[in-house]
Design a protein around this ligand. Structure first.
Ligand code: FMN
Length: 383
């Protein structure tokens, strides 16, 4: 083993589980489900490969939670129908068979104003999102539509969707769920000042804007067993605004983490959507959203954004600024990334076309085959 990465292979407790290493697959939308949103057998193989390759936790792609407004993309999986539940059961079984220590966590996602497959969207406030819809084969293009401001009934229905899907995740064999409150989607739209100008109890201060995500968390916790993992993902940057930072920087981070510190989250996952931790999580005063989250909440913190750079990952964990690392793009081309790092083997590079051209697994496989993986770099080149 390469000694300077030893800390990444040190066991750590997460609730009732003892993890054997710090490697997590970050949630990644793949648009590979059937047209009905059911996971395919190919998706089961895709997720099982990460377990086989040494990742201790696999967080799934964002999965929609109701048949109302939560779905974001065509071919996104849901966990709402019987067919979808059966598809996910095959995935969790295959992952657990591949490595009995591996945990699989379902990411609960509501797209809110950033839904791409429809012109009828809802959001905290009727505010046109920045940017353009992400072109997908056969999908809608152009600006995002103006969303309808959510009524109290919409809030209740969206919350019910999160809770019922968490229960279905438990039944489908997942080890936990992650509440997606990052990257600009519905729950993040509540937290963010310019997408939430509500004048009721869900708008105003950060405490009030966090009210709905907290209500979702509390309702899920009340519905699942105590040892079922319930984490939350937060971020500053957004898919449609990669350079967005919390106005007020580290002071806002302190306010946010103080507001949620007494809640029983299994972990807090800080995303750097654009893949650059320093740009998206670090403050001028040398602190970071993850170090502040760790200090204030004392909970297990997952750090993200270029963590295939093991020097950076090792530093953050050694300095007790984070406990676990999640890896996105580099995991697509290296499902065995933890094994490779353990053995000092080079990582295969990632290339942009894997995202730009298509997110489907079949296409990814073809592209990987077509492009020789010849890098001899010790860390993956993310280009
Ligand atoms: C293809 C792709 C799909 C993604 N889909 C999701 C998603 O469904 N949910 C989410 O929270 N983040 C999603 N992300 C963001 C990643 O989880 C991660 O934050 C980002 O890739 C930065 O990590 P990295 O530098 O290790 O790639 C996605 C990223 C990629 C590349």
């Amino acid at each position: 083993m390469n000694t300077n990465t030893d800390i990444l292979f040190q066991p750590i407790k997460l609730g009732t589980h003892t993890l054997k290493n710090r490697f997590i697959v970050a949630p990644m939308t793949r648009r590979s489900a059937s047209a009905n949103g059911a996971p395919t057998t190919e998706m089961a193989d895709y997720y099982a490969a990460f377990a086989q390759g040494g990742f201790n936790i696999i967080i799934t792609e964002g999965t929609y939670t109701d048949n109302l407004f939560s779905k974001t993309d065509n071919h996104q999986p849901g966990l709402v129908t019987h067919e979808q539940s059966e598809g996910w059961k095959r995935v969790t079984e295959k992952v657990h068979q591949a490595a009995p220590y591996a945990l699989i966590i379902l990411q609960l996602m509501h797209g809110g104003a950033l839904s791409q497959h429809t012109d009828k969207t809802i959001a905290p406030s009727a505010i046109q999102p920045k940017g353009l819809r992400n072109t997908e084969p056969g999908g809608l293009t152009g600006p995002f539509p103006l969303p309808s401001a959510m009524s109290k009934k919409d809030l209740q229905e969206a919350k019910d969707g999160f809770v019922q899907t968490a229960i279905r995740a438990l039944i489908a064999g997942f080890d936990g769920v992650e509440i997606h409150a990052a990257n600009g989607y519905l729950l993040d739209q509540f937290i963010t000042p310019h997408t939430n100008v509500r004048e009721d109890e869900y708008g105003g201060s950060y405490q009030s804007r966090l009210r709905f995500p907290i209500e979702v968390f509390t309702a899920i916790k009340a519905a699942v067993p105590k040892d079922f993992i319930v984490g939350i993902r937060l971020s500053e940057s957004k898919v449609n605004d990669l350079t967005y930072r919390w106005p007020g920087g580290s002071e806002i981070a302190k306010e946010i983490f103080n507001t949620i510190k007494n809640l029983d989250f299994s972990y807090i996952h800080i995303a750097s959507e654009g893949g650059n931790w320093a740009r998206e999580s670090l403050y001028d005063d040398g602190t970071s959203s993850n170090s502040i989250a760790k200090k204030i909440t004392g909970k297990p913190i997952i750090v993200n954004g270029g963590m295939h750079d093991t020097t950076l990952a090792t530093k953050l964990i050694s300095n007790q600024e984070a406990d676990l690392i999640s890896i996105g793009r580099a995991a697509i081309t290296n499902p065995d990334l933890p094994e490779k790092i353990k053995n000092g083997a080079p990582l295969a590079p990632f290339f942009k076309e894997l995202i730009k051209d298509s997110l489907t697994l079949a296409h990814t496989k073809e592209m990987l085959k077509a492009r020789a993986m010849t890098s001899t770099a010790s860390t993956a080149t993310i280009i």
